[in-house]
Ligand binder design. Structure first.
Ligand code: PLP
Length: 475
């Protein structure tokens, strides 16, 4: 999202830079109602508008936004049942922080935490602690802060001193929230680069980056770059060996923004969660494969021991004395209610069916694209229902940025982007299959791609010079 600058009014005092054109037929747009002039767009209008006129202006402006269901860039939920929408509308005035005023909403949050603790095999689900957040980014900030604080406790004799600068080990493929965490909380980011056809963290390389100032290692389930699961159990095993060798005992946080709501239903034998004693905390995005509209996320700790007490605040000025651990104070309650609704509505079987369908669509689509001959698949949609592909080595007439740009003409948003170190040479396209992206829609995408390819092959060379404009990489 761009940072917005208010464009300043002209210095010569010539007044309004730009006004909106209003069709006089639009409601109250007449001089008597004070609408002789259309309202300005970059400063507050002097007078109110009629609600119908204001609505029409905003509504019209938004018509040029994309069609969410054709957006294959985002992981975030773009479809929910009407009943979920009704519940959310009923709760839109509820503030999550007012736990004393809305005790039932607070109770639904607690039940969601308990359900996730059970789903992720917390050794004692009743003892696991957790909270809702605005998304995984906030959840990762909280989990990272807990890691940092625990490390500070372990190093109370040395910290803060110059030679004790905390670091966090992760793959270079982590989502941008981890770069933010390290920047905001002054932690050194130690990133394992990609190597050859390995596009995520290598357990041994991660263990080798650890030292006495390592607050933890982040494992991602799964990677935003290509949808692959990082090997969490192998990572824990490598850190077990590190402990035997050196005595360093480094905890693991699992960033399960997407995968923590996929693997429990589709990959039950995969051991990645609290079954691994080294996993201290896990986050997920309720608004990704948790199947809720944005924004809700979840952060859970194995037990109270993993969440330093001084990070939990108690406020009494809303009535009651509720412990809170969050960056935000006020936050909408509707998303948490919608999460509980979805848990109740789908249950394990329902989630399994929805995620299996997304995976089937992803695999089927990856196979079709792989069979076209022009592309090389990096992943096949068999971990997250997400796959990345690039052009085959003999394709020189066009590149992935051309494909992204041409698909956009048909309404599809398929982002193209370059990989990070050490594979900056590699540019890929990525397709995220979500609930609501049906096999029928996937077929239409294949048909559009089939139609485009002959034209692309006839190009003299790759034509998309403004690479930034072609991409729409959403983490
Ligand atoms: C999406 C994502 C995030 C950030 O999650 P938000 O819910 O968008 O804040 C963090 N990590 C991973 C792996 C992600 O895919």
């Amino acid at each position: 999202m761009p940072l917005h600058r208010g464009e300043d009014a002209p210095k010569d005092g010539s007044g309004d830079r730009r006004t909106l054109a209003v069709n006089p037929f639009y409601g109250e747009a007449n001089p008597v109602a004070g609408m002789a002039e259309a309202p300005p767009t970059h400063r507050l209008p002097d007078a109110p508008l009629a609600p119908s006129t204001a609505y029409q202006l905003v509504h019209d402006e938004l018509m040029l936004d994309g069609n969410a269901r054709l957006n294959l860039a985002t992981f975030v939920t773009t479809w929910m049942e009407p009943q979920a929408g009704v519940l959310m509308a009923e709760c839109r005035d509820k503030n999550m922080i007012d736990k004393d005023e809305y005790p039932r909403t607070a109770e639904l949050e607690r039940r969601c935490v308990a359900m996730l603790a059970d789903l992720w095999h917390a050794p004692d689900p009743g003892a696991a602690v957790g909270c809702s957040t605005t998304g995984s980014s906030e959840a990762c900030m909280l989990a990272g802060m807990a890691l940092k604080r625990r490390w500070a406790h372990r190093n109370a004799d040395r910290y803060p001193s110059k030679d004790a600068r905390p670091n966090l080990v992760m793959g270079v493929n982590v989502q941008v929230c981890w770069d933010k965490f390290c920047e905001f909380w002054e932690v050194e980011a130690r990133q394992v680069p990609m190597e050859g056809d390995r596009f995520h963290l290598d357990p041994q390389a991660a263990a080798e980056l650890c030292d006495e100032n390592t607050i933890g290692v982040v494992g991602v389930l799964g990677s935003t770059f290509d949808g692959s699961y990082e090997p969490i159990a192998e990572l824990c095993a490598a850190l077990d060996r590190l402990r035997e060798r050196t005595g360093l005992d480094v905890p693991v946080h699992v960033d399960g923004a997407s995968g923590a709501m996929v693997a429990p239903f589709l990959d039950e034998d995969l051991v990645w969660d609290f079954r691994l004693p080294r996993v201290a905390s896990i986050n997920t995005s309720g608004h990704k494969y948790g199947l809720v509209y944005p924004g809700v996320g979840w952060a859970l700790w194995r037990s109270p021991a993993e969440l330093p007490e001084e990070l939990v605040f108690r406020v009494n000025y809303l009535g009651g004395d509720m412990p809170t651990f969050a960056l935000n104070f006020s936050r909408p309650g509707a998303q948490v209610v919608a999460q509980y609704y979805t848990f109740l509505r789908l249950g394990r079987e329902g989630y399994r069916a929805v995620q299996q369908t997304a995976r089937d669509v992803a695999r089927g689509l990856a196979d079709r694209i792989g069979a076209m001959g022009d592309f090389r698949l990096l992943t096949r949609g068999d971990e997250l229902p997400v796959f990345a592909f690039t052009t085959a080595p003999d394709v020189t007439a066009y590149d992935v940025f051309d494909v992204s740009r041409r698909l956009r003409e048909r309404g599809w948003l398929v982002p193209a982007y370059t990989f990070p170190a050490n594979r900056e040479d590699l540019s890929v396209l990525r397709v995220v299959c979500r609930n609501g992206f049906s096999a029928d829609l996937a077929e239409l995408l294949v048909e559009d791609l089939d139609r485009l390819l002959p034209e692309l092959r006839r190009q003299p060379y790759a034509l998309t010079h403004d690479k930034d404009a072609a991409t729409g990489f959403h983490h």
